[in-house]
Ligand binder design. Structure first.
Ligand SMILES: [Zn+2]
Length: 356
């Protein structure tokens, strides 16, 4: 494939941002990676996950409503571990020690998906070519959803703003049982080839997939029976898929963010990389401390996309610098004050694309 290129202006916004943010950490004598705030949160989330898992698998409550509630909670905790532990770990921002980052990244394998594939899909493709249709795999939910004006429209898309949440619910199950294998066997994410896998990467891929099947399929079927397991497993994976999708989509596929399709013969983005990130990414509900804690700073997606190697615990502080630079350079800083504003905007976006 022709890899898209970005403009490289002399007056680079990215260089200016980097300089001010480096100075900020220098002044405070702080490391830009995760600290005790993140590590204590990781312990809380992992312990909570294990407690709910053990309770459901070995001490299944008699009341059906309690089982369903616990399965939803397990789905929420899976998403929270994904946002807070795996995501920072895979970006190398969880800790200053690389083996701790690797361990945090491996939480994704434990939860059924594969961190090697994720690093290509997310760190390389999505973070570099954000919202470029045909390259950014996050825009690909075809044929069920049309997420870019460059994608073919089918009659069913007229209703996508009504049924999108059902598609999102399927994301996790589809990821664990289908798209990971597709990437593995095709050795690419969309058009982008994945890095060369060493024999240890193959072993890790198959070893963790087998472990996941053992812990989340075979063992619960053995302890609670097939019917209870299938209901619980679907509730669990639907909750995780819905939460993961909504949080990730709200940052890029909303009415105010740009989506582009490049000329296949001339794959040049007409702006520098950092400006492209600012045009394609939105923040939401940044003043909501509980939400920020739960979604691992993914409501500060602008700061995350500009500085994925900085841990999300620092985003509230560095967002002030990013805003300042945007104001000085006359670049729009897209932010929705509350979660519901971003959600409404996402629904509007889906509605417009379903009709246009
Ligand atoms: Zn990321």
């Amino acid at each position: 494939m022709h890899i898209p290129r970005f403009l490289k202006p002399n007056d680079s916004v990215h260089a200016e941002l980097r300089q001010r943010i480096t100075a900020y950490f220098h002044r405070r004598g702080e490391d830009s990676r995760g600290d005790i705030r993140l590590h204590s949160k990781a312990i809380i989330l992992v312990v909570a996950f294990l407690a709910v898992y053990v309770h459901l698998v070995f001490f299944l409550p008699e009341q059906a409503w309690l089982c369903v509630l616990e399965a939803i909670l397990l789905g929420g905790l899976t998403a929270a571990i994904g946002f807070n532990v795996m995501h920072d770990g895979a970006h190398g921002s969880f800790s200053k020690y690389s083996f701790v980052n690797d361990l945090a990244g491996l939480s994704l394998n434990f939860l059924g998906a594969n961190v090697f594939m994720w690093k290509t899909k997310h760190n390389v493709v999505h973070h570099t070519f954000t919202n470029i249709d045909g390259v950014d795999d996050d825009l690909n939910a075809r044929p069920l959803l049309r997420l870019s004006p460059g994608q073919k429209r089918y009659w069913i898309h007229k209703y996508q703003y009504l049924y999108f949440w059902m598609v999102y619910s399927l994301l996790y199950i589809y990821w664990v049982f289908f798209t990971d294998y597709k990437k593995y066997f095709l050795q690419r994410v969309g058009e982008m080839p994945i890095g060369k896998m060493k024999w240890t990467d193959h072993l890790t891929f198959w070893g963790f997939k087998a472990l996941h099947l053992g812990l989340f399929v075979a063992l619960p079927i053995y302890t609670m029976g097939f019917v209870s397991w299938i209901i619980g497993f679907l509730v669990y994976t639907f909750s995780a898929g819905l939460i993961l999708s909504v949080v990730f989509q709200m940052a890029h596929t909303v009415s105010d963010t740009a989506v582009s399709t490049l000329d296949p013969d001339h794959r040049v983005v007409e702006s520098e990389w950092a400006v492209h990130q600012l045009q394609t990414t939105a923040n939401f509900a940044t003043r909501n401390k509980v939400l920020s804690w739960l979604v691992g700073g993914l409501n500060y997606q602008i700061e995350h996309h500009l500085f994925p190697h900085i841990s999300h615990v620092h985003y509230p502080a560095i967002s002030k610098i990013v805003r300042e630079v945007c104001e000085e350079k006359g670049i729009r800083y897209i932010e929705y004050p509350r979660f519901r504003h971003a959600l409404v905007s996402h629904i509007q976006y889906l509605r417009e694309l379903g009709r246009a």
